[in-house]
Ligand binder design. Sequence first.
Ligand code: AMP
Length: 216
Amino acid sequence: MNIVLLGPPGAGKGTQAERLSKEYSWPQIATGDIFRAAVSEGTPLGLEAKKYMDSGALVPDEIVEGIVFERLSKDDAKDGFILDGFPRSIHQAKALDEYLSEQGKALDIVLNLQVDAQEILERLTSRWICSMCGKIYNLKVNLPSRLCECGGEFRKRDDDTEETVKKRLEVYAKQTEPLISYYRKKGILVSVDGSASREDVFKQMVELIESQRKHA
Ligand code: AMP
């Protein structure tokens, strides 16, 4: 199955994409993770992407699209993939459709995670990431004294400050939210209550994927 996870920043796309990827053995393709890895390696791509990421803006479409299509051409994505954080603009969505149709493929399902703006703001400003394994925690403390279950220390994402989070939510509303009606018109959008527990959200997604598979 070729899947897109849609939803505002902090809706739980990364957490769920990782679980779905383990469940189904389809690769999780997370553009934010690709950029963060490039930033920490200090590559030219990382230096360029950082300019946009730090301000909460989107990295230009041509850059993101090239990276995603190259990743999708890899062997492990031939039987299915889970896109997490892409597309984020109508331009990217159209480019993805075009790329897939050239390969004789199409998206099967777009899972739209719905969480209200206030909850998103709270989640993102209380989000901590393990510096070793990358596991995401929501901890409402300034600096957690405990360590991750793997022994790693917690750190904040550079763009999880209140100011940048607000900007990211504005960017989401303006550039990404129109994708909801874009995919609804195509008949492949299904909405999931993202404010439920991680376990319940996962179960809802598996049910939706299974029912889509039966009808495919
Ligand atoms: P994320 O980890 O998905 O929240 O992404 C972090 C940041 O990476 C975003 O705020 C953007 O600056 C950049 N980014 C990730 N995915 C995309 C995309 N599809 N298009 C443009 N910028 C992106």
